[in-house]
Design a binder for this molecule. Sequence first.
Ligand code: SAJ
Length: 401
Amino acid sequence: MKACFMGLGYIGLPTAIIAAKHGIEVKGVDVNPTVVEKTNAGELHIVEPGLGDLLKEVVASGALVASTKPEVCDAYFMVVPTPFKGDHQPDTSFVEAATRAVLPLLKEGDLYVIESTSPVGTTEAMAKIIYAERPELEGKIYIAYCPERVLPGNIIYELVNNDRVIGGVDEASTDKAIAFYSQFVKGKLHRTNARTAEMCKLTENSSRDVQIAFANELSFICDRAGINVWELIELANKHPRVNILQPGCGVGGHCIAVDPYFITAEFPKESKVIAMAREINNYKADWCAEKVENAMLKFELENQRKPVVAMMGIAFKADIDDLRESPAKYITTKVMQKCNNASILVVEPNVKEHNVFKLTDYNEAYETADIVVFLTAHTPFKSLKKREDKIILDFCGIFKK
Ligand code: SAJ
């Protein structure tokens, strides 16, 4: 069995490595030559605990070979980004480009799978493109959609142990895809059709977005009402059927803040709650920035000098080094622009150096600052002692009580 993974990013590379580790001959393809070079040298170009050693192993044994071009295999996996363009319209051009790249290589009996998060109907649309170019293959290849569910930081475990949803364009395609994934997935493989599988991925991330929006809305209400939102949520969650998530400084990353738009773009009339959740979570970051600016103005008026402000944690979520689409980074940039870069200390304990921000050690920043803004709930921050001589804006619940 020879499998080709189109896209060696945060999901494609780990999946290719795990497949190679389970006896599949893997061709990893990426348009970026640096990614290909690094992969073939056994060097990881993404950050993921434990994955580096596995990569070295599968490259050394020859089970994984990377290239900028696909070659003839038995199964092809599209694991490329699906960003949005313009007014939050999904952009499936990378999926289409990857599909067109493997199209000439397809032969009878092959499996073609899309893993990329995609708007409903994408798998069927790609099947159409394939059959328009290769009509002789109609009904002779297997086409399915199988989204990933892994959490960065825990990918190796979750790739193997999470349940997965697999939807073919017909029953035979679902069977074929299930047979492939059962070679390395220990979690249950749930069968459905391609459209349901596509919508399932969008639903999972939209559901989380909506739940976080509820928590963020509570944080606005509690701020006005003089109630500690963290205590409130903890108490409400003591109810056996209530499970509210945590408010934060916004929702970041490449999944939860993006995928709901794939639903709202296509079903604008029906997706009211999903659209509103996106608005609330986006607004939360601006609300936080305004709170910081107001606190700075108040300090200046009361003390006749500009405050020193510590912005604590600029990653998109706790305990990771990933700054992509980070609301904390957005807030920090906004505050810095407003105050002409003066006296702002930027803290990110998971990153050594940054080309835009000069980073300060978190203990030093906490000690020096007049105003301390907690943006991301990194574990080391939780060992800091709450100080009465500091103005603390805690947007992520470091000092919950
Ligand atoms: N966040 C909150 N409050 C919470 C939980 C999260 O404000 O209570 C924020 C985080 O700080 C972050 C954002 O939400 O800014 C997203 O973080 P996350 O941990 O919820 O999710 P991701 O983006 O790292 O990964 C998600 C996961 N999806 C779900 O949990 C439904 C993961 O399983 C998916 O594989 C991934 O998206 C993906 O690739 O789609």
